[in-house]
Ligand binder design. Structure first.
Ligand SMILES: Nc1ncnc2c1ncn2[C@@H]1O[C@H](COP(=O)(O)OP(=O)(O)O)[C@@H](O)[C@H]1O
Ligand SMILES: [Mg+2]
Length: 324
């Protein structure tokens, strides 16, 4: 597996199903990731992201479907697949008693790397942990631990790096530091990165290509820019004085020129995709005046709107107060 022609996709997934009892964590997932990509698997909690990473990284078996990592089957060629990938798990996996350098040294021994001292030193430098290298991890911040896990994941220079929600639970500054390190790692050009996240912002900011997943299936895939551009307009969000949007208001909005799509947004209001939103705003408000508007916002669309557009339900139901 050392000489993978660059035409072989880094990851190929076709019709992947994973059932736990009668419940499907993955329900016919399709993905294709080219070598060298910075790919994002974006989806809400429970979408099947961790399950996907577990199967690709040889840690779980599919129920059905075809899976390839650099052309090899993780279920049947486990050792070969493991050699060419690195994994940073969603759950922290460091030993509190060990120092950063000890963690990396163990990993270097595990992969029988030559020139261990130098490799470990460079890896510490790359994630800005040189000064803290000989402190036990128990004193590290969440961001430092994550950076150490990333350094450990790439120490053996894997061709594919899996990162399962790498910034979950980090504060804004630590998250920014992790992003910086991931960008420079990818810029090095040796590593395909497959990152899962439920942060729209993270996917938009890091990933060249994104697959949005929901309930074990791919909803849509493309560059963040193209996915947003496909919506074909601006987004206007209107809230009404009554708790929910009246049907009459929905119909009135659909009739306004330039309107492409009108949906309930999960928080009682309505979300309208409209060409040239700023020009149409007055017409939209005029159309729904009889129903009493309490609030209005005009946005450039983002991935959150892409998700709502393709699934018909909001990305984070809890946050938007939708019980579904
Ligand atoms: N070992 C398991 N046993 C039973 N159900 C599981 C198991 N692992 C995951 N699931 C279920 O599969 C679905 C997808 O989970 P997961 O892959 O962890 O999603 P995500 O990482 O996107 O949040 C969830 O409904 C979860 O409860
Ligand atoms: Mg997960």
């Amino acid at each position: 597996m050392d000489a993978n022609p660059s035409s072989v996709p880094a990851i190929e997934v076709t019709g992947l199903v994973k059932r736990y009892g009668d419940r499907a964590a993955l329900d016919g997932l399709d993905l294709c990731v080219e070598q060298g990509a910075f790919f994002g698997l974006l989806g809400p909690n429970g979408a099947g992201k961790t399950t996907t990473v577990s199967i690709l990284a040889t840690l779980a078996l599919p129920t059905e479907g075809r899976v390839r990592v650099l052309g090899a089957d993780p279920a049947r060629e486990r050792a070969a697949v493991r050699r060419c990938l690195g994994v940073v798990f969603q759950e922290p996996s460091l030993d509190r008693e060990l120092t950063a350098r000890e963690h990396l040294d163990l990993q270097a021994r595990f992969y029988r790397l030559s020139d261990r001292r130098r490799r470990v030193g460079e890896a510490l430098e790359r994630v800005s942990l040189t000064e803290d290298a000989d402190r036990p991890v128990s004193g590290f911040s969440g961001g430092m631990k994550r950076r150490l896990e990333i350094a450990r994941g790439v120490l053996h220079r894997p061709q594919v790096l899996f990162l399962d929600e790498p910034t979950l639970g980090l504060d804004v500054a630590s998250r920014a530091a992790v992003w910086t390190h991931l960008r420079s790692l990818h810029a090095g050009g040796e590593t395909t990165i497959f990152l899962t996240t439920h942060s729209m912002e993270e996917a938009e900011s890091l990933c060249g290509r994104v697959a949005i997943v929901d309930r074990g299936r791919r909803v849509v895939e493309g560059t963040p820019e193209a996915l947003v551009a496909e919506l074909g307009g601006d987004v206007v969000v209107i809230a009404f004085e009554s708790e929910t949007t009246p049907d009459g208001a929905m119909a009135a909005l659909e009739a306004v020129e330039g309107v492409r799509d009108v949906r309930r947004n999960g928080s009682g209001g309505v979300r309208i995709t409209v060409r040239e939103g700023s020009r149409r705003l007055a017409a939209l408000l005029e159309a729904v005046r009889p129903w009493g508007v309490s609030d209005v916002e005009l946005h450039r669309p983002d991935l959150e709107h892409v998700f709502l557009h393709h699934t018909g339900h909001p990305f984070e139901p809890e946050r938007l107060g939708d019980p579904s």
